[in-house]
Design a protein around this ligand. Structure first.
Ligand code: MLT
Length: 276
């Protein structure tokens, strides 16, 4: 489905009934990342996944209305993603939801917490980290922007695909690697370049973690090399009462690589919320 928020097209899916869960994908994915979860959780859940600005069916640039930061030069930040998510919830007349983000979606989920915490029933932080980019990582983002401009998103996908999945998936599920590569190659260049700005400029969310006072589930694949288990453990230690689940044989996209294990963990967490 497509809706318009602040003059900008926003693609999303909305499936099922029950506790509402908003899913935010990583870089450079689109909402189809969450296909294994959509309508497939054992817990009664309304699963909503949106394309972040500039990915999938969500436009990078507003078509109408006042000029915004994007129109001014393609710059937005994780705050822009968070505000788009809040606008979608307004559109769907949803007050509070479980916010689940993977990697860049996790950075956006933490921004959502900072900006719209009253709307967060619980957080699910998947294969992500709280810390900001190092200087070396910032430089790599700038180089990747040049690569995207010069050779397109498929060159970005080629560069990233090995780290995106775990060793087990590479060995046993090459079809999944192909599917993910296709998804990443389809990313519009404007979305990729804008997201790289958002990634490079995102703040350190470490000070945010102790402010989180809603139930929080942290999930990570034990073969995740982009946001490894050490990052997940650090978040777990800093978020009081959080739960950490490490999925064996999964890499950075643990929800796609081991969907049954991921869905089981998420369903249990959702059921625990409804019991509260
Ligand atoms: C992602 O999957 O969203 C990216 O790997 C995040 C990052 O590069 O920091």
């Amino acid at each position: 489905m497509i809706t318009f928020t602040n003059g900008r097209a926003l693609g999303y899916d909305d499936v099922g009934a029950g506790i509402p869960v908003l899913f935010l994908h990583g870089f450079p994915h689109n909402r189809s990342l969450w296909s294994p979860q959509l309508g497939a959780l054992a817990a009664p859940a309304r699963t909503i996944c949106m394309d972040l600005r500039g990915f999938g069916e969500s436009a990078a640039v507003a078509e109408e209305g006042p000029a915004d930061d994007t129109a001014a030069g393609g710059h937005w930040g994780v705050d822009g993603y968070a505000d788009d998510a809040a606008a979608l919830l307004d559109e769907l007349a949803l007050d509070r939801v479980v916010v689940a983000g993977l990697s860049m979606g996790g950075y956006a989920a933490l921004a959502f917490w900072r900006r719209h915490r009253g709307r967060v029933r619980a957080l699910v932080l998947c294969d992500t980290r709280a810390t900001a980019d190092t200087d070396a990582a910032r430089l790599a983002r700038t180089e990747m922007q040049a690569l995207a401009h010069e050779r397109g998103s498929s060159a970005v996908a080629n560069q990233m695909i090995t780290g995106m999945v775990g060793r087990t998936t590479r060995e046993k599920h090459p079809e999944l690697v192909d599917e993910l590569h296709r998804m990443m190659s389809l990313a519009p260049v404007a979305g990729v370049v804008g997201a790289l700005d958002a990634l490079r400029n995102r703040p350190d969310s470490t000070p945010t973690l102790p402010t989180i006072d809603v139930p929080t589930l942290i999930v990570v694949g034990d073969e995740d090399v982009l946001t490894p288990v050490t990052d997940a453990r650090a978040m777990h230690l800093a978020v009081a009462g959080s739960r950490l689940e490490v999925i064996a044989g999964a890499g950075h996209v643990s929800n796609m690589e081991r969907p049954a294990a991921f869905n089981h963990i998420l369903s249990e967490f959702l059921v625990s919320l409804t019991a509260q």
